[in-house]
Design a protein around this ligand. Structure first.
Ligand SMILES: Nc1ncnc2c1ncn2[C@@H]1O[C@H](COP(=O)(O)OP(=O)(O)OP(=O)(O)O)[C@@H](O)[C@H]1O
Ligand SMILES: [Mg+2]
Length: 236
């Protein structure tokens, strides 16, 4: 399998706070790759760096053969990366359908947009039933579906998902993981940021563990679940 995303020595800081201290990792095309790590280890910062929201100060990020390190966010999205942000962030005053349309804002053809929406309604029949409902009145689990659906509307090659199960009931968490697997089976590569270690490793092909802005270990799910760093990141 080829690498779709590669980070080499990425360092990122906010103002004076250094966060990522030279992160190198790669994501194989077609995989679900997870990024584990305790609170404040820099997971969201890494996602922000890939998207160009908080650009890397040093190092290189290559996506699909293109150096995207210094590209503006809209170009990175146009290149085929979508993000489902931490906290989901639906537009509460827009309907389900309008929220989905926002995800396809770079698509000019309404026909293409509608075809994608039909596909998303197949994945999430619930959203189809509630397409005219205001997103802010949907349940947490339903808002998670909107957020994932919106990410899929731009037909990404790579989907970054930042803590999708945070704040969801166990039933929705389970459903969410099933959906992520289903999305991956449709050919979309996934970089999954999670704290829900067991369920994340169950659907991932490979994983990296971040601690204090550095990759401390990486491996297959079975390798990782046996390692002390993984236990330490969550229970230590
Ligand atoms: N906008 C910001 N300005 C300054 N510091 C920030 C900013 N955002 C994050 N940080 C700091 O960067 C560090 C890493 O934060 P980050 O949000 O990347 O962690 P995380 O691994 O996503 O944590 P969590 O699991 O809690 O979401 C933290 O110390 C945090 O306080
Ligand atoms: Mg975070």
């Amino acid at each position: 399998m080829a690498e779709i995303l590669e980070l080499d020595g990425v360092a990122t800081a906010y103002d004076k706070a250094d966060v990522l201290q030279g992160v190198s990792l790669s994501v194989q095309s077609g995989s679900i790759t997870c990024l584990l790590g305790s609170n404040g280890s820099g997971k969201t910062t890494l996602v922000r760096s890939i998207l160009g929201l908080t650009p890397a100060r040093a190092g290189r990020i290559v996506f699909n053969g293109t150096d995207i390190t210094r590209l503006p966010t809209h170009k990175i999205i146009a290149a085929g990366i979508a993000c489902i942000p931490e906290g989901r962030k639906v537009f509460p005053k827009l309907t389900v359908e309008e929220n989905l349309r926002v995800g396809a804002y770079q698509e000019r053809s309404d026909k293409v947009t509608l075809a994608r929406m039909t596909e998303i309604f197949q994945i999430f029949p619930r959203l189809s039933e509630r397409r005219a409902q205001l997103a802010g009145t949907m349940s947490g689990g339903e808002q998670a579906m909107i957020s994932i659906g919106r990410g899929l509307m731009c037909a990404p090659k790579l989907l970054l998902i930042d803590e999708p199960s945070l704040g969801l009931s166990p039933l929705f968490v389970k459903e969410n993981f099933n959906i992520i697997r289903q999305i991956n089976q449709r050919g979309i590569t996934v970089l999954l940021v999670e704290q829900n270690v067991r369920q994340t490793l169950a659907i991932s092909h490979f994983g990296f563990v971040l601690s204090k802005g550095r990759v401390v270990t990486s491996g297959t799910p079975s390798e990782l679940s046996a390692r002390e760093e993984v236990k330490a990141a969550y229970f230590g």
